[in-house]
Design a protein around this ligand. Structure first.
Ligand code: AMP
Ligand code: MG
Length: 348
């Protein structure tokens, strides 16, 4: 063999080896080895799975951002902006863009649902204290008193100054039904800006998936069996680039004399919502809307809830009724796998 030919073959071999090595490395970076992380933030367990060489950095930045949002909006952190508003009724409180945006959206959903979704629910949440060691069934007159203060129309928002004022002493804001949705969208922004193509985020039932799994299949997201605590899945839904947000009676509750009292309260009765649903899952692109909608529809019930759904484009839902019926919106019928025969598929 001539020397030139030998050199040619050697160069070719080196090239092939380099290409194979790079391909393997890419595969390792993009695919086979995800980074998993779990922490406790915003009053819930936060899980992330991120694929990519910069996964750890993406996770760190996401958790930092979530902590920032929690510090702005938590009702249990005394220095939060929401706590400041709650403890200074009658005063214009300047807030930053995150809190303002979330409050704006919360009031928008309060208007859409005639106050069933109600960011001024604070006094009632405090009275029931569900999910804390002080949880109890309040007396009828205590409920009546608290309800007098649950009025979202007494929240004054000034778009120019970005200030918030509560009109009445004793009122208080609670963004527990919407802040996690906003936060999940913020995590998505961080993940996408870092050019990660595949990730899974779960903020205590607010699930968000970015792209598809590295093997090209959709993410399979489990739907909780509402008769049990976390961990029992009764269906799974195949999704790419979507959020799935569930509101359910099983998330936070206590039992007294055989009755379950859960954390989603009906501002018209003052009691846990009893609309015929055990859970409501919203499937769409933005978690912010999905979070507000899942709580709203859970309180409104199947008939009114589906009416509301029709007003909003690009939103799918899976509702579970008290008799274990499943109602699916038409856009996701083919993507849902029901894994438990106790549940029966009903029409819309
Ligand atoms: P979610 O799990 O998103 O459905 O939100 C439930 C949380 O929202 C509760 O733990 C309360 O903090 C708050 N909440 C309860 N009832 C209402 C309501 N009617 N409107 C808005 N937020 C509520
Ligand atoms: Mg919600």
């Amino acid at each position: 063999m001539k020397v030139a030919k030998k050199i040619y073959i050697a160069v070719l071999l080196i090239l092939v080896m380099m290409i194979t090595f790079t391909a393997c490395q890419n595969k390792r970076e993009n695919g086979t080895h995800p980074k998993d992380a779990t922490t406790f933030l915003m009053g819930t367990v936060v899980q992330m799975r991120v694929y990519g060489s910069n996964a750890q950095e993406v996770i760190d930045n996401s958790f930092t951002r979530l902590r920032e949002i929690e510090n702005e909006m938590s009702t249990t952190i005394v220095s939060s902006e929401i706590s400041r508003i709650n403890t200074h009724p009658g005063e214009d409180i300047k807030v930053n863009a995150d809190t303002y945006r979330v409050l704006k959206k919360a009031v928008e959903y309060a208007n859409l649902t005639n106050g069933k979704f109600n960011p001024a629910i604070g006094p009632l949440v405090k009275l029931w204290s569900i999910g804390t060691e002080n949880a109890r069934v309040p007396a009828e007159d205590e409920i009546k008193e608290a309800l007098k203060l649950v009025n979202y129309q007494w929240i004054d928002l000034d778009d120019e100054q970005m200030t918030v004022m509560l009109e009445k002493q004793g009122m208080s804001l609670d963004l527990g039904a919407i802040a996690k949705g906003y936060a999940a969208d913020e995590v998505r922004r961080i993940v996408k800006n870092s050019r990660v193509e595949s990730a899974y985020v779960n903020l205590g039932g607010n699930v968000l998936v970015i792209g598809e799994k590295p093997d090209g299949t959709p993410w399979k997201v489990g739907i909780q069996d509402p008769r049990h605590n976390r961990g029992n899945v009764m269906a799974s839904i195949d999704v790419r680039d979507k959020t799935l947000v569930t509101s359910g009676n099983y998330e936070r509750y206590f039992e007294k004399d055989g009755v379950i009292y859960h954390h989603i309260l009906d501002p018209d009765t003052g009691y846990p919502a009893d609309s015929g649903l055990l859970s409501c899952t919203i499937i769409t692109t933005d978690s912010f809307d999905a979070d507000a909608l899942s709580t709203s529809i859970f309180i409104l019930g199947p008939a009114k809830g589906l009416e509301l759904l029709e007003e909003i484009d690009g939103v799918e839902a899976m509702l579970i009724t008290k008799d274990l019926g499943i109602i699916l919106s038409s856009g996701i019928e083919g993507q849902v796998d029901i894994l438990n025969d106790d549940f029966q598929l009903n029409g819309m």
